[in-house]
Structure formats: C-alpha cells, structure tokens
Design a protein. Structure first.
Length: 117
C-alpha cells in the first residue's frame, strides 16, 4: 500500500515526531489524513476490480457473439449452396418442360394439316 508523504510529514517524521516548525501537522491530523488516503485507495481498488469484472464480462459477450457470427456465416453458406442446387434443378426442370412443350406443339402442327384434308 502506498502512502502519500508531504514535506510537512517528513519534517515531523524526521524529528522523531517532534514539531520543528509552525507548518508541521499534529499527529492526529496525520492519522486522519492517512486514514483518508487509505480509504481513497481502498475505494480506488474496488472501482478497479469492478471495472475489471465488467471488462471480463464484455469480453465474454464478445466471444459469444463472435462464435454466433461464425455459426450464422456457416449456415448462410450452406443455405446459399442449397439455393444454387435448387435453382439448377428448377432450371433443368423448366428446360425439360420447354422441350416437352416444343415437341407437343410440333406434333400439333403436323397433325393439323393432315386432319383438315
């Protein structure tokens, strides 16, 4: 634990606790100041620990979000591939139906002239 020592405190400490000047702080004031500094240090450490926990929590949420993003990208890729396969199947089916229709029309055109004679 760090304690902030002022020049006045050093003067008091250096003389064995005896006051040497008018500016030296009485021992009770030094104790109060020390207690205040220790309290502020404790509060600062508590804030630091709270921020550390919040940061850890944010990192965990980020990790989960990144994993979810990876799963979604993988699923999207699979869906895109499936869509391509389906589009090819539909295209092949349309081409097949168009061929059937063309043949049927050709047969009709051949049959119409012979039925009218």
């Amino acid at each position: 634990m760090s304690i902030f020592i002022t020049p006045t405190m050093m003067a008091v400490i250096g003389t064995g606790g005896k006051k040497v000047s008018k500016n030296a702080m009485p021992e009770s004031e030094l104790k109060k100041r020390n207690e205040l500094l220790e309290k502020e240090l404790k509060e600062s450490k508590e804030r630091e620990e709270q921020m550390r926990r919040q940061l850890q929590s944010a990192w965990e949420r980020l990790r989960v979000a990144e994993e979810a993003e990876e799963r979604l990208c993988s699923q999207l890729g699979e869906l895109e591939a499936e869509a391509v396969y389906q589009a090819r199947d539909y295209h092949d089916r349309i081409v097949s139906l168009m061929d059937q229709l063309s043949r049927a029309q050709s047969l009709l055109h051949k049959a119409l002239p012979s039925s009218s004679s």
